[in-house]
Design a protein around this ligand. Structure first.
Ligand SMILES: Cc1ncc(COP(=O)(O)O)c(C=O)c1O
Length: 463
């Protein structure tokens, strides 16, 4: 055997095995430290990051030493979003099954772009997509792509929309671009998420070249204020506003769009997952009537970063927008992952999505949604009882609270972040400065909520 004379590859040496075990032990120790450390990193830890800034050494570094360095300098400068008291943005924490599956997938080091490069990557992606369609009550044969997150999912799905609408006008946008193309109109709500506007900009549809529809006090589009729609219009609606958690009135909007032949796209970064709980599924009624959907798995389903999905009712449009042909690529009969995504080479993102969903099961996913929403309600009740104003209807896992004047609210947020028991961010909501509390982590317990509530109320008393 010709390979027999080769030196053993590093991974198979005792040092290689020791390295992987060592890294796993340090990672486990990190996770064990999360519940007792402050949620935000200390100023010293952040300052110490300067120690990474060095000229690239000429000599190789022993990988074990390098892992020690990562842990020693890097771990203290992380935000403890893996734990149960991080309520910033809309960040989930990776489920243990997701972390473990990612380790496995890292060892596999698969290029999941094509089936021939990773049969297992493609298979797990197929399975996970099927489960997501099922959990979100979306058409069983819609096309899907695994993306880095909702921004790229919005981009990917809107590329399919752009293709479909211009194909109707006998314009091939992939080949001929947008110069001279028949115009496409885009309608968004006044409270559209900035990432959707970014996706529109990347697609040449323009961040500000949109019609913005007025919204109500929760950020829901008012259907009566929709402009005239036609078959070259994309209407972008939201399942879960990033501030209030509110859902646009999908049934009315989809009905009107369908009658006009317009395309409806749903930005459902986190809210669409309400469909997975029998107690909250009613909020997503009508969203299945849309033409495309974007969502995140790294938010509510607690898959590790990064993980999102774009889904398109008619898979042909997604494929036409994304697939390329080349002599050396020999696509088979089965679905080829990179025919649906902007990237060609890509990591096997389906592995941890599959692992997270399988570890939760249908009931576990519903329980995760129910539990985080109950925690959000408890936050709202505790804050309201103490006399603070809750600015939103707490319909899912998002709470907006004002502590009075903007400066006072900002002072409370700063004090909470500094103390480190929990972490909540700031936002502006329809003229009010607010603290945003987003309960998105599987790890949050009732005790975490009580500790955090006490910390917030303490900061509010002292600010
Ligand atoms: C409604 C909505 N859309 C899109 C995004 C962007 O998601 P990502 O950061 O995963 O790209 C977010 C993030 O919070 C969001 O809440």
């Amino acid at each position: 055997m010709p390979g027999a004379e080769l030196e053993s590859p590093t991974l198979l040496t005792a040092a290689g095995l020791d390295l992987l075990g060592h890294a796993a032990r340090r990672a486990v120790a990190y996770l064990q430290s999360v519940p007792t450390r402050e949620v935000a990193p200390s100023e010293t830890a952040v300052r110490d990051l300067h120690r990474f800034h060095e000229p690239l050494p000429d000599a190789p570094t022993d990988p074990r030493e390098l892992i020690d360095l990562l842990d020693r300098i890097g771990s203290p400068a992380t935000v403890a979003s893996a734990g149960g008291r991080y309520f910033g943005f809309v960040n989930g924490s990776a489920l243990p099954a997701s972390v473990a599956a990612t380790w496995m997938a890292a060892a596999w080091d698969q290029n999941a772009g094509l089936r021939v490069m990773s049969p297992v990557g493609a298979a797990l992606e197929d399975v996970a997509i099927g489960w997501v369609r099922d959990l979100l009550h979306l058409p069983p044969d819609c096309g899907a792509a695994l993306t880095t997150g909702a921004t790229m999912a919005n981009f990917t799905a809107l590329a399919a929309a752009r293709h479909a609408l211009l194909e109707r006008a006998a314009w091939n946008v992939e080949n001929d671009g947008l110069f001279g193309a028949p115009p496409i109109h885009v309608v968004v709500g006044e409270e559209v998420h900035v990432s959707l506007l970014k996706a529109l900009g990347l697609l040449g549809l323009g961040r500000t070249r949109v019609v913005r529809v007025p919204v109500d006090s929760q950020g829901r589009m008012r259907p009566v204020r929709l402009p005239k729609l036609d078959n070259r219009t994309i209407v972008c609606i939201q399942a879960g506003n990033v501030n209030t958690g509110a859902f646009d009135p999908a049934p009315e909007i989809c009905r009107e769009a369908q009658a006009a032949g317009a395309w409806v796209h749903v930005d459902g970064a986190f809210g669409l997952w309400a469909a997975a709980s029998p107690s909250y599924a009613h909020l997503t009624a009508g969203f299945d009537q849309a033409d495309s959907w974007a969502t995140d798995a790294h938010k509510w389903p607690n898959v590790g970063y990064d993980s999102g999905l774009a889904l398109v009712r008619d898979p042909r449009h997604l494929r036409s927008a994304m697939a390329v042909a080349a002599a050396y690529l020999h696509p088979g009969e089965a679905r080829e992952p990179n025919h649906y995504t902007p990237e060609m080479s890509r990591r096997a993102r389906g592995v941890e999505l599959w692992a997270a969903l399988r570890s939760l099961g249908r009931n576990g996913m519903a329980a995760l949604i129910d539990r985080t929403c109950a925690h959000a309600r408890r936050f709202a009740a505790g804050l309201r009882d103490a006399g603070h104003e809750i600015l939103n209807d707490v319909v899912i896992n998002q709470v907006l609270v004002s502590f009075g004047a903007p400066a006072k609210t900002r002072a409370v947020i700063e004090a909470v972040q500094r103390e480190g028991v929990c972490w909540c961010g700031a936002s502006e909501w329809q003229g009010h400065t607010a603290m945003r509390i987003s309960v998105s982590s599987w790890a949050t317990t009732a005790e975490d909520v009580e500790m955090s509530l006490a910390a917030i109320l303490r900061a509010a008393r002292n600010a």
